[in-house]
Design a protein around this ligand. Structure first.
Ligand code: S3P
Length: 165
């Protein structure tokens, strides 16, 4: 079985993905970790040094590699749906779940975050709202199912997902 999780930063892709993988006894892969191994530094440093477009190129090749051998649970980076190639390849090779939370809830979880370059701005809540408006249709178009992750605990969300699979 191959499951990919998409959604905004803070939606729980890594935390839920790890628990879901344990529950299904499948390997778990966090695509941002694979990218960091490849670039040899943090995503934030890479963004600063090389720019977002270069980051998206690395991200696209990592997604393509993961999709070439689809297995387990993959947590993707929040921006992977920006490229059509990623949307197509994910939808074709994985059962894709959109973990959806509202920007206010994401802000509550991420307000002290320093790792995500796109949120290092004066108004991170405003940025999350913009990202939500721009990407919500892309996540919906990529995913086979949408799972609301705003309120319920990780364990409850994992149960809901397992029942739907
Ligand atoms: C990004 C989300 C991050 C990471 C990078 C860009 C985005 O992943 O890939 O900072 O564009 O939303 P998470 O969704 O795991 O935070």
């Amino acid at each position: 079985m191959a499951v990919a999780l998409v959604g905004l930063p803070g939606a729980g892709k890594s935390a839920i993905g790890r628990r879901l993988a344990q529950r299904l006894q499948l390997p778990f892969v966090d695509s941002d970790h694979v990218i960091e191994e490849r670039i040899g530094c943090s995503i934030r440093d890479f963004f600063e040094r090389e720019g977002e477009a270069s980051f998206r190129d690395v991200e696209q090749s990592v997604i393509a590699e993961l999709a070439a051998a689809p297995h387990g649970v993959v947590a993707t980076g929040g921006g992977c749906v920006l490229r059509e190639a990623n949307r197509q390849v994910l939808r074709a090779h994985f059962h894709v779940l959109y973990l959806r939370s509202l920007p206010e809830e994401l802000f509550r979880r991420l307000r002290h975050d320093v790792k995500r370059p796109l949120l290092q701005v004066a108004d991170p809540l405003g940025r999350l709202r913009e990202l939500h408006d721009a990407r919500d249709p892309l996540y919906r178009g990529t995913a086979h199912e949408t799972v609301e992750t705003g309120r319920p605990s990780i364990a409850v969300v994992v149960n809901i997902i397992v029942m739907q699979l």
